[in-house]
Design a protein. Sequence first.
Length: 350
Amino acid sequence: MKIKNKDKYHWIFIVFFWCILGTTIWAQMIEDYDFLDATYQVVLVLLCSILLAHFLSDVLLPNALRKNKMRLFAMQGLFIVLLLSLCLALIYTAFSDVSFRARLYPDEVNMTTLHFLWARFCGSIPAAILINGTACGIRFYQEHNVIEKNHAQLQQVHLEAQIKILQDQINPHLMFNVLNHIHILMQSNVKLASDLLIQFSDILRYQLYECNKEYVALYLEIKYLKDLVSVEKTRWGDELDVKTNWNIEDGQLQIVPLLLVPLIENAFKHVSRLPSQKGYVHLSCEQVNKQLVFKIENSYTEQYKIPSKSQGLGLENVRKRLAIQYPNRHELKINKTDSDFTVEVVLDLK
């Protein structure tokens, strides 16, 4: 609908421009000619101007922009300007007193007519430049808008592809971890493995049917995060102290899916457990007005940290997605001490 409206306004402006130009020329002609002669000249001038100007702006200019041949277009534009100047000069000369005298005395070598034609030709060049320049300016503005729109669409496609790549990095890693632990539990605790499998099925269902959207309802994402924490809590059992605090006021707000998952994965993956005490993961997720504050803290000790080639990839994933999907609408704070590792994300939601 917006495109149709823009096209309509474009054509309204063009018609308005030619009407104003025709009225201005006619007002000048009527001072020196009778009504019919002035009208005939205006019609002929407008006809030549419209044909040549729109051939230049609607045919040659778009072709030059597509093929990036602006030098050739400059030469074509100069030729059209000179041609229009000649047409205007011939029209003015045909209706002038000099032309009338040439018809009365055809046997005379009328150099005056040639001089008058040359003078009119030179005098018409500024008008021809103005007419063609205006037509090309209008067309260039329209083409520029189309180019900008196409560029914006390409950027959007590129960003969506980046997001899809980053999002896909989450799913296989999560599935591998959970399925591996279900396999281990099947050897020792079938009931626990069954419960874990049911919880994991809810996670997969969400990833399959909800996460292919650009945004999801906040309550769905929070339910998914709760299920994920529950799976991790079941998987770790009494080995970890897991505490969560969920406070969501408006679950209908929109959030990009799976954005915070790597933070939960990292916390459970890199949590430290000292010989004399339990490790811990403490999570807080609060939404007030349209702001979401997500904070997760895990015990961390460099001495007992398990080396990993993928260390830091999860945080880098989150950092990139925040930059792409929440530009100027997020805060990311990372704090590492000798005993804990804390990540806090503040989002301005839709």
